[in-house]
Design a protein around this ligand. Structure first.
Ligand code: NAG
Length: 208
């Protein structure tokens, strides 16, 4: 009887241990629920540690800013846990253009500089915008259009946490002008002038 109880107990402990985490097996393709789990025997502490946010991203680009993700594809330990992180670096005049994360809400903490951040509600297109200083935290509800602008005199840095291991990132301007969606279709769906559309397609590498 004692051995029997011990056996059941070990099964229970064994199965609860198996549910502790699901480190991403990056050699397999992800599904809607994330990556398949790596075999626990090959999981190490390094799966739960990510050093990719330690250094500033490269801001020598058109937006003078960089988003460095620590999503499940970069940080296997967050797979299945409902959260992830990223780092934002903005040079002087840097901007994270209007964008959405379809898969999760975002909470941002400023660690350096001054950031003008805002989002737009989907209900009445109400704008919620605020100048954030070091230590300030702002939350951006899931799926809503939002932006961050470096509004200070020096570089700005922020760390963000998402309520998803794979929140996604879609930059509105890139979605409209950095692909082969025909100019006349963009004109029809945005009411923007054809000349402006062609100009932005040219700058961003879009065609048609
Ligand atoms: C940053 O990106 C620019 C443009 O792609 C590149 O020329 C430069 O070498 C990069 N700097 C570093 C430090 O990687």
């Amino acid at each position: 009887m004692f051995l029997h109880t011990l056996f059941i107990l070990s099964l229970l402990l064994g199965s609860s241990h198996a549910l502790d985490f699901c480190v991403a097996d990056l050699s397999l393709p992800p599904g809607p629920a994330g990556y398949p789990c790596k075999k626990s025997a090959s999981v190490t502490v390094n799966d739960f540690v990510f050093s990719g946010l330690a250094a500033a991203g490269n801001t020598t680009n058109i937006i003078k800013a960089a988003v460095t993700p620590g999503f499940d594809a970069q940080f296997p330990g967050v797979n299945g846990l409902g959260l992830s992180m990223a780092r934002l670096d903005m040079a002087v005049d840097g901007v994270i253009p209007l964008h959405t994360h379809p898969g999760g809400s975002e909470i941002l903490v400023v660690t350096q500089g001054t950031i003008c951040a805002g989002f737009i509600s989907s209900f009445e297109n109400t704008v919620y915008v605020k100048q954030l200083n070091k230590g300030d935290v702002m939350v951006f509800p899931q799926g809503l259009l939002h932006f961050q602008i470096n509004s200070g005199d020096g570089v700005a840095t922020a760390f963000v946490t998402f309520s998803s291991p794979n929140p996604g990132l879609q930059i509105t301007t890139f979605a409209l002008f950095k692909n082969d969606l025909p100019t006349e279709t963009v004109n029809a769906v945005t009411f923007l002038d054809v000349a402006q559309i062609k100009k932005l397609k040219g700058v961003l590498g879009g065609t048609n």
